[in-house]
Design a protein around this ligand. Structure first.
Ligand code: AMP
Ligand code: ZN
Ligand code: FE
Ligand code: FE
Length: 297
């Protein structure tokens, strides 16, 4: 089920209403506490805005919250999705926050275009409703919820497969950094970059992982969601080959979004110690800068 010998349960991959999770940072921490977790990583998409609230809730419930982020990136079509997690970031770094703001603004424009495209196909949902459903970073899950409310879909995955995946009426490409740029962005805030849920990435072993390690990747998410023992073992072999930190978590967004409940995927405390040590090492180095690429639209 998870890493060995865990008495203190630690889940390093969770989402709140700061992005596309269903629970506020406080509610998420309450549920984490009920599920027996002693530490969570809050890894909302393109934002760290939920971290402070989660840490306040955690302080009264005995749940440590480490600051995290998840950046979805661009790899060639057909190779899967490359998402980069960042841990132990300096969330007060202004240039880092400015880039996250840029990424969230780009998502707003994309969300509006998604609704516009759907409306052109006679799907009568409103951008204002999508915006209300999204309390922070806007994503396809919020468009999915508006589609469900208007009875165009029965649940989130039905909405995705009918309207929101590539080639469907509501699909609009999101502005994406390359995985290397996401690694640089996270390192510019002295955070530890980790490749998320990597098992489905085509070409991981031969091309992608060596390139990302070269770009400064420090960890690989091995104990993820529903990954079976064989998958975990395959990923741990890559961790050994590249001297990476193996991380893990549920990717919990709330009920009926991703299948793994809070408290059912965990990693040992040693993982967090290694992330903290790596972050301290980055803090001792000169600050690296991240520059946004030129954008055409
Ligand atoms: P976006 O970042 O706006 O492209 O939306 C991607 C997010 O939607 C992911 O982080 C998942 O949480 C969620 N998601 C993607 N595919 C599905 C699906 N088939 N069913 C439910 N949620 C999904
Ligand atoms: Zn998500
Ligand atoms: Fe992800
Ligand atoms: Fe995630």
């Amino acid at each position: 089920m998870s890493a060995d010998g865990a008495t203190a349960r630690i889940d390093l991959h969770t989402h709140s209403t700061a992005s596309d999770g269903l629970f506020s940072p406080t509610e998420l921490v309450e549920r984490a506490s009920e599920a027996g977790l002693t530490l969570i990583g809050l890894t909302d998409h393109d934002t760290t805005n939920g971290v402070a609230e989660a840490q306040v809730a955690g302080a009264s419930l005995g749940v440590t919250v480490i600051p995290g982020v998840e950046i979805n990136t661009d790899i060639p079509e057909g190779q899967g999705e490359a998402h980069v997690l960042g841990y132990c970031l300096d969330v007060d770094q202004p240039a880092f926050q400015a880039t996250l703001t840029f990424l969230r603004d780009a998502r707003e424009k994309r969300g509006e275009r998604m609704v516009q495209q759907l409306r052109e196909q006679g799907i009568n949902i409103e951008w204002s409703r999508v915006r209300e459903l999204a309390q922070g970073t806007v994503g396809r899950p919020h468009v999915a919820r508006a589609l469900i409310e208007a009875a165009y879909a029965t649940d989130v995955s039905d909405a995705f497969s009918r309207y929101l995946t590539r080639g469907k009426a509501g699909y609009v490409q999101r502005f994406k950094l390359s995985p290397e740029q996401a690694i640089q962005l996270i390192r510019s805030a002295q955070g530890v970059p980790v490749l998320a849920h990597p098992a489905g990435i085509a070409g991981l072993t031969v091309t992608i992982l060596p390139a990302l390690v070269h770009a400064g990747l420090l960890g690989l998410e091995c104990y993820y969601g529903q990954y079976d023992d064989e998958t975990v073992a395959r990923l741990l072999a890559l961790v050994s080959a590249h001297d990476l930190i193996p991380t893990g978590g549920s990717d919990y967004h709330g009920p009926n979004i991703h299948p793994t409940p809070l408290g059912e995927r965990w990693v040992p405390p040693e993982t967090v110690e290694r992330l903290r040590q790596a972050s301290e090492k980055l803090r001792a180095e000169p600050l690296t800068m991240f520059t946004l690429p030129e954008v055409s639209s």
